[in-house]
Design a protein around this ligand. Structure first.
Ligand code: NDP
Length: 319
């Protein structure tokens, strides 16, 4: 259930409670493929009221994100009011590289701690691996060693929460079997074109909060012009983008839409003072043709040498 607070300007902000007791704001700004992350982050925080920013070492924009956050803090926003997420890239998915990777991220972001540090994908890549990977460039990783290091980051107060992305139910079970500190968040692709219901259920069952990434279908799937989304938006006098973001929150997930445009950044967070009525919500939930947009094929599949010879292998043959 989302909790509602009122910000100093009197605007409603929704957030979700994490297992750790910390709160995650329902909407964050995504920064993958951002063209001017500094300005987008500043606009989001200072002009649009975002308090949650999602980034990753792999996006190559952490310096810019850091400058945007610094400018927002300079403009009067408290660091403690912000929720900043970053992610551990696959080439750093080994016991000895977790902490140095986090320190590099903190340095780039000019921050003393992260609110959330996520394993970006549960596969190890060799430094400089090709896309798609050549033989021997992709492998499983040392789960216990890596998670123990992630836990130490929490104990040392360098990160407040830890979690994972792009997991399956099978992988979640494997992690829960070894975790001493539970993953607070699982970040997954989720939108009306890929509802990812099994993972959502598995996380709920284990009290793990889910953040929905690519809530607008990313660049690859045009949900903005989907007839059902357009119909609901027209009926409610909202934009299709707002309907997609609101749908994610009503499912109990936080979500992190990305935009390079200040008008869209502002538009995407104006979703706290209204709801999608039940029948319309259900109509969006009933959109057929479910398909992942980000299936990991390019990154991890090596058809002849494996160990992941197909997209199905990556997702443990679980839908
Ligand atoms: P989104 O679903 O957020 O879609 C972004 C696209 O939608 C961009 O092309 C953007 O264009 C456009 N857009 C944004 N707002 C609107 C609007 N109101 N109306 C119409 N079009 C709009 O895709 P992402 O894949 O970027 O996902 C969001 C974030 O999730 C990422 O940025 C990243 O932070 C995170 N993520 C995490 C992953 C993981 O593995 N953990 C994987 C993928 C994403 P424009 O910029 O021109 O406005």
């Amino acid at each position: 259930m989302a909790q509602i607070t009122i910000d100093p300007q009197g605007e409603k902000i929704e957030s979700f409670a994490l297992l750790s007791g910390h709160k995650i704001h329902a909407i964050g700004l995504g920064t993958w493929r951002a063209h001017n992350a500094r300005d987008s982050v500043y606009t989001a925080i200072v002009e649009a009221g975002y308090r949650h920013v999602d980034t990753a070492a792999e996006y190559g924009v952490q310096d810019e994100v850091g400058h945007g956050i610094k400018a927002a803090i300079h403009a009067g926003v408290e660091r403690s009011a912000l929720f900043v997420t970053s992610k551990l890239w696959c080439s750093d998915l080994s016991r000895e590289r977790v902490r140095p990777a986090l320190m590099k991220t903190l340095n780039e972001l000019q921050l003393g701690y992260l609110d959330l540090y996520l394993i970006h994908w549960p596969f190890r890549l060799k430094d400089g691996a090709s896309r798609p990977p050549k033989a021997g460039e992709v492998s499983d990783f040392d789960w216990e060693g890596v998670w123990r290091e992630m836990e130490k980051l929490v104990k040392d107060k360098l990160v407040r929460d830890i979690g994972v992305c792009n997991f399956t139910v099978k992988k979640l079970k494997r992690l829960l079997d070894i975790a001493q500190i539970m993953p607070s968040v699982c970040q997954m692709e989720m939108h009306p074109g890929w509802r990812n219901e099994k993972m959502l259920e598995a996380c709920k069952k284990n009290n793990i909060h889910v953040t929905a990434y690519s809530p607008l279908g990313s660049r690859e799937l045009d949900l903005i012009h989907h007839p059902v989304v357009e119909r609901v938006a027209g009926k409610l006098n909202k934009t299709p983008g707002q309907v997609l973001v609101r749908w994610a929150i009503q499912r109990g997930t936080s979500t992190i839409p990305k935009s390079d445009h200040s008008e869209r950044i502002k538009e995407n967070i104006k979703v706290f003072s209204w709801e999608i009525p039940e029948l319309d919500f259900q109509a969006i939930c009933d959109i057929p043709d479910q398909m992942r947009v980000l299936d990991g094929e390019e990154l991890f599949v090596n058809k002849s040498d494996g160990p992941y010879k197909s997209v199905e292998d990556i997702w443990d043959h679980q839908i």
